[in-house]
Design a protein around this ligand. Structure first.
Ligand SMILES: Nc1ncnc2c1ncn2[C@@H]1O[C@H](COP(=O)(O)O)[C@@H](OP(=O)(O)O)[C@H]1O
Ligand SMILES: [Mg+2]
Ligand SMILES: [Mg+2]
Ligand SMILES: [Mg+2]
Length: 308
């Protein structure tokens, strides 16, 4: 009997794990060399050589394996040559060997949009808060965030440098791999929010939720990691500013763990190729077991009306 090739969604996730991990090494190499090559894309919006190089690595690597795949990356498109050792065309064998959830077995290339944030937490990267940095690859199927990879290249850098970096993935219907999610502590409310993009509205929403603790950290990927790790109950960002590449992978990984990522009204974003990039309705993510709608309901109507 001929061996069946793995379903596309599973294979793409397995390739994305390898590509994101390679991009993480590029991010560390740029930092080690010490010249970040910072460009200001807009107000409070930087791009470094690490953002550019990591994106090239991921896009070239996936495009070689999946010609005609729709890939949208934060740092735009460029056809420049890349060093041959940036091109990774192997797959994570552990994920490849898994049973693909039935509903994704027959998904074709045309149903998929891949959202790439090659370096999430650029502000923090430039300021040396390196564990806030993640590499995000999200796989959307017919507009739904279904699969995701969150690679954290500097995980453990201050504590166990011999175990540097980690890669966490999720697939709807299959679960989360790369670590075991934990529940946040009962009887309190810990909220993660932006460190570098706050505003009066962001603060008003936090005040209304009366959290015991607010963790102001960089990166959408990093904040969702805190929620997955049980270090925060929720990630609340009552502002525009995040884009589809910031939330696609984190949404998919969080959903695969039983949690939820939506806009501030509690509605899911969609991720089809034609969608507008900005997440103008804010971000609200909650851990598994947290009542998402009760948090939505505590956000004052005036704030919700400002995010439409
Ligand atoms: N006001 C704003 N302007 C530009 N980008 C914003 C923004 N608010 C959030 N973002 C983007 O959303 C991501 C998470 O933001 P934060 O760390 O503040 O929570 C960051 O992604 P990048 O670092 O990939 O650009 C950041 O740039
Ligand atoms: Mg950016
Ligand atoms: Mg980002
Ligand atoms: Mg980025």
């Amino acid at each position: 009997m001929m061996a069946q090739s793995p379903p596309l969604v599973l294979k793409l996730l397995a390739s994305s794990i390898r590509a994101a991990t390679r991009a993480g090494k590029i991010i560390r190499d740029v930092m080690s060399r010490g010249d970040l090559g910072i460009i200001e894309k807009g107000k409070n919006d930087l791009q470094t050589e690490a953002d550019r190089s990591a994106q090239k690595c991921i896009i070239v690597s996936l495009s070689q394996q999946y010609p005609n795949l729709t890939i949208i990356g934060e740092e735009g498109t460029s056809n420049s040559e890349v060093p041959s050792d940036w091109v990774v065309t192997d797959c994570d064998q552990g994920v490849l060997a898994m049973q693909c959830p039935e509903e994704y077995v027959n998904v074709g290339l045309k149903d998929i949009t891949v959202w790439v944030d090659p370096l999430d937490g650029t502000s923090e990267y430039a300021q040396g808060l390196l564990d806030h940095v993640t590499v995000l690859v999200g796989v959307a199927v017919k507009g739904k965030a279904v699969g995701g990879v969150i690679h954290q290249p500097y995980y453990n850098w201050l504590t166990e440098a011999d175990k540097l970096g980690r890669t966490i993935w999720g697939l709807s219907g299959l679960g989360v791999g790369g670590f075991t999610p934990r529940s946040p502590p009962e009887g309190q409310l810990i909220i993660a929010t932006t460190r570098s993009h706050s505003s009066p509205l962001v603060q008003e929403a936090l005040d209304a939720l009366k959290p015991d603790t607010v963790l102001r950290v960089g990166g959408a990927g990093h904040k969702v990691l805190l929620v997955l790790e049980g270090k925060a109950h929720a990630y609340v960002f009552a502002s525009k500013g995040c884009k589809k590449w910031d939330t696609c992978a984190p949404e998919a990984v969080l959903a695969a763990s039983g949690g939820k990522l939506t806009d501030i009204h509690g509605n899911l974003y969609t991720y089809e190729e034609t969608v507008a990039y900005p997440n103008n309705r804010g971000v609200l993510a909650t851990a598994a077991g947290i009542d998402h709608s009760s948090i939505v309901n505590k956000i004052p109507q005036k704030i919700r009306d400002a995010l439409v």
